[in-house]
Write a protein that binds this ligand. Sequence first.
Ligand code: PLP
Length: 417
Amino acid sequence: MTSSVWHPFTQHGLREPIPLVERAEGAVLHTADGKSYIDAISSWWVTTHGHCNPKIMAAIAEQAGKLDQMIFAGWTHEPAEAVAAGLREIMPQNLTRVFFSDSGSTAVEVALKMALGYWHARGEARHRIVVMEHSYHGDTIGAMSVGARGVFNQAYEPLLFDVATMPFPAAGAEQAALDALEAICRKGDAAAFIVEPLVLGAGGMLFYAPETLARMQEICTQHDVLFIADEVMTGWGRTGTLLACEQAGVSPDILCLSKGLTGGAVPLAVTMANEAIFEAHWSTDRAKMFFHSSSYTANPLACAAARANLEIWREEPVRERIAVLAKRQAQWLDKLGSFCHFDNARQCGTIAALDLKTSGEGGYLDTLAPDLMAFFRERGILLRPLGNTVYVMPPYCIGEDQLADVWNAIGEAVISF
Ligand SMILES: *Cc1c(COP(=O)(O)O)cnc(C)c1O
């Protein structure tokens, strides 16, 4: 029987096999035909402590016996309050307010609306959003507008709003990129700068230095441009620290979190804001409230999962696990990065990436990616290269042997392609 499911980022016309997954634990997915796969990309960057983490699963089950879902406009519940309080403890101290939504894209939409609402309330004509070249912030129309333009959004391009773009601060070209940001900010019409701290994920695992991130924030502060950190992917330890911003000593005005917020178990997002942004919306006038909601805002089951994730960060040696994984990734990169088939071996915390030299055009549609994916799948490994960029971003619980299997398959791949 053929399936009616329309999959995301999938070209059904290519009729590539679509494995049917039945269950998962730790770093492994099990399919209905009895095979298993090492999940080397954390199921698209969400899974942090491993699949079906017992504490998170138990928290969801317990919550399911009490309260499933309820309106969050003007009502509240205990799991949401606990998550907000827990985030306040570990996130930058200036971020005093926690707004819930459902995904990374909605967290970004909320951030943009908060920033624009802030300037609107102050009666200042600042409407421009500033972005970084090659960035990715999600697939809704607003999130696409602040992301890189390309084959992904060609069809919608006429409807995407205008932004000002600073160049990517590639190694050696940082000063030019910072100068460009400063020139944009100096114009006085910029409401906010939104950026992925240290790692541009979907843009091809591009890394830049913490000092550059710190300089970008300085420039924004100097020119009164709100600084939005999109840590949807980089948050929750991926870059070696809880937040990537930490490495630069940066406290953003607005922070977007999702993916690892629930340990990657269920969808949930937050947009955290500083007090000035909250206050700009504070009034006795109902016309000035923050007009945003989604039906499932702060779903109690999702909040219970996020609360369990916060407990895991508090009680378990998560940071040590991350440090060990980062060290192993470095060793593997060391071993393979010098192969003549690879370019640009790079690492940021638990994320390791390298570019396969290709005869194709490079970029996302490089024909190498689907062939590589199939190659890895045959070897029981879930990897999903971005064009010719192969990267490994595993859950922190991945075993030494499992990681070795992944890297050995990558080593094998360069010989075969
Ligand atoms: C994944 C991602 C998003 C979008 O999150 P979704 O939950 O897929 O909507 C936004 N920003 C960054 C940096 C991401 O990596």
